[in-house]
Design a protein around this ligand. Sequence first.
Ligand SMILES: [Zn+2]
Length: 517
Amino acid sequence: MGIENELVGFLESSIKDGANKSRDIEIVKFYYGLNESPWPTLEETASRFGVGTRERIRQLLNSKFRDNVSKSSIPSINDFLEILQSREYWLISEFEEEIYDSEIIEKESQLKGIFNLIDDINLNHGYEFYTPELKRATRNSIATSKNIFLIRKANVKNIEKLFKKAQGLPGRYGIANLTYIKEELGQYYSLVSFLIESSPTSWVRVVGDEYWYIFENKDNTIINYSEKVFSVIEHCDSSRLAETFRNALDRRAYKYPYPPTEIVEEYLRSSVYMVNTGSGLKFIGETTKLNEIEEALLSFFNSSGSVSFPELDKYFTEQGYGRPHILKTTNFSPLVHVDKTKGRRSYVYSLVGYRISEEDGSSDTDAYELYLHRLRALLDGGTDETREQTARKEQHILQEWLFKDKTHECCSVCGQEFSVKTLVTAHKKARSDCNDAERLDPHIVMPVCLMGCDYLYENMYIFIDGNEIKRGLPFPNAKAESKFIEDLVGRTVESQWLLGSKSYFRSPNKALQRSSR
Ligand SMILES: [Zn+2]
């Protein structure tokens, strides 16, 4: 039967015939989610139907529905609850899929309204809508985020505790593997992994069963290393930097293994604090000072390139440093690359990257780097600004990046040249799906025309795979649209719009899966 039919049937028989009967039925249906509003409220219902205030709607709901309904009036609610309560938590989209498949509600119906209905029938469901920060979802959060969860209220405290633990794990490891605490997380493992991924400040790499992650806004050994190293280094090869950091981590053994060098490198290459330039990685965070022995090390390397341990040992011993101090500064320093290929007795030590040169005033910063800097500066724009203000600034910079001083530009999808007025700054991947590093990368956008490409790309009727435009989601009963799509499929996208991470381009099948950065 389905909730909608049962509700309408109930209202038809319980509301007395009269001039307002069909309107009243529509009002009740609207408030209980049988409409397109994702989070119907009394106010919204009142303004939608032009019926006075929220108070008027409340009275109307009472007299037409709440006062007459009983727990058995809408039997499908029980099927709804049975599915809901079969799991401790749901990602909204997963629950919707389940509930649509069972035909308990129509695809156009909205969950929040159905929950209003359940509450008003005085059935206890025990669940609540939560954001990825485990805050109660609001009307606004549901509109701006796809990742909303239904979680059994009684479990939220426990999940919060587990999530906190997972958030703290990367600190000393640099990059942690969530499987380290898999047993402790138990049935919440996948929920917690989802919460991590949904955080804009997280970086996640899933390799097989391994789940590596770091929170870029939290105190972390790898970020601390970068802050130190880049106070004296201008740029550095990414694999050399990763090798050096990985080596430095080994100074102290912890309960769980450290991340492999490849993961450290992947992280460094896509960190929100790094710029990937032709000459290597540059750091754009705040730097910290070296300590005394590190300063000494640096001046030693100023006069000699690659050295052996006895040379370093002699130099430091003469300056009065003790053995443990020397070992720590040479063998396990984020500043020192140790080449171990020639065996234990012939390690070669050198400074990890290229020194900042003082005389070189001319900057080789290109436009990309410049815009990246401007975008990343929004990260620490203080707390006075609202999220919307920052988003507007961000959009403005991205727009400039694509269109500054131009009157015309080619659409990246169809390739035709348009006036810039006809082009939009389109995100390759939805902004709400981006973490901070992706969101604040100029390569996340491309120019797309409003003559059709924007619409087709946005709705995934087409997508970009490799360098080619491919057919995306089916568009049934659409003759004219199909012709547009036909013309685009197979086109090669210009290489300048393919820069940045490959993961920026989503395929429709992938979009249905969990995002993995
Ligand atoms: Zn176009």
